[in-house]
Design a protein around this ligand. Structure first.
Ligand SMILES: [Fe+2]
Ligand SMILES: [Fe+2]
Length: 293
């Protein structure tokens, strides 16, 4: 048995004071947005409650599917690293960047510096990265790119798709449980300004080369969509709410998932257990279902 934990979009609060020089362009609107609205949604106390509950469970590895920070101000990244370290060391925690981590171009540099050890493979630091853990192959795809004002889109790009296809084929031969980590959902009902622009290409790669599970964040909702896999198979794509979402304020309160993986090489079973924060500040099991059987 191997258990993966999945949380996403912590959007760490409080937002440290940005440098005045950083408050230009897209960051200004992000900063105003945070002060007016988002700071009431993303609650550090809720996040700490959720991660304390996670740590009381049995698990082997934690995945974090992006949006650790908010406007990619330099001062947000060191606390982001401290938070990642509070979950575990870089071998035990895998992260992929979200659009808020790469909110502006400088974010990519800060993320590489502070979060790099959590977003690199066993052998190298490129994307997609590959980590083998127990029966699982974690494939970290980056969809976080700087975007224009008002946009929260993601893009994976041709180079990563080529790498992803090669990895999926090789790991199929190893009969691994292939788990793709990506911030933006391949299927979403959210507005066009939030979409993964090359979602169709991602779905094509999965339809052709297969995967056992896709984990994502970004929409801040519990989501389950079935993607087409090779030979009439179906691949679950699962999203979780923001890990800091305050009950009664956010559309969906903070939650995380556990994926309990059992079975034999090439014939994996995976049960999903969702645990979330209630209005009275408890963390309870919300759902339990077989995803791969
Ligand atoms: Fe987010
Ligand atoms: Fe996002």
């Amino acid at each position: 048995m191997f258990t993966l934990a999945h949380l996403s979009d912590p959007h760490l609060a409080p937002l440290p004071a940005p440098e005045w020089s950083e408050l230009i362009g897209k960051r200004i609107t992000g900063y105003i947005n945070w002060q007016r609205r988002r700071r009431f949604i993303h609650d550090r106390g809720v996040l700490d409650l959720l991660t304390a509950d996670l740590k009381a469970q049995e698990f082997d590895h934690i995945t974090v599917t992006g949006d650790i920070v908010n406007i990619a101000a330099m001062a947000e990244f060191p606390p982001g690293r401290v938070w990642l370290e509070s979950l575990g060391d870089a071998r035990a925690v895998s992260y992929v960047p979200g659009n808020h981590d790469i909110y502006v171009r400088a974010g990519a540099r800060y993320a590489a510096r502070e979060f790099g050890a959590y977003m690199s493979g066993d052998d190298d630091g490129g994307a997609p990265y590959l980590r083998r853990r127990g029966p699982v192959a974690l494939i970290g795809v980056s969809s976080g790119v700087p975007t224009a004002w008002g946009m929260a889109t993601g893009r994976i790009g041709a180079a990563q798709f080529a790498g992803l296809a090669t990895l999926l084929d090789a790991l199929k031969r190893e009969q691994r449980m292939r788990v793709i980590l990506v911030h933006h959902p391949p299927v979403s009902e959210a507005g066009w300004h939030k979409r993964l622009v090359d979602a169709e290409a991602l779905k094509r790669v999965i339809a052709e080369h297969g995967a056992e599970l896709v984990l994502h964040g970004h929409d801040h909702r519990a989501m389950l969509n079935w993607l087409e896999g090779p030979g009439g198979t179906h691949v679950p794509a699962v999203g979780v709410p923001s890990a800091s979402a305050a009950p009664g304020v956010a559309k969906q309160a903070a939650a995380y998932n556990l994926y309990v993986i059992e079975g034999a090489p090439g014939a994996w079973r995976c049960e999903m257990i969702a645990r979330g924060v209630t209005a009275d500040g408890a963390v309870v099991e919300q759902k339990r279902m077989m995803l791969v059987a």
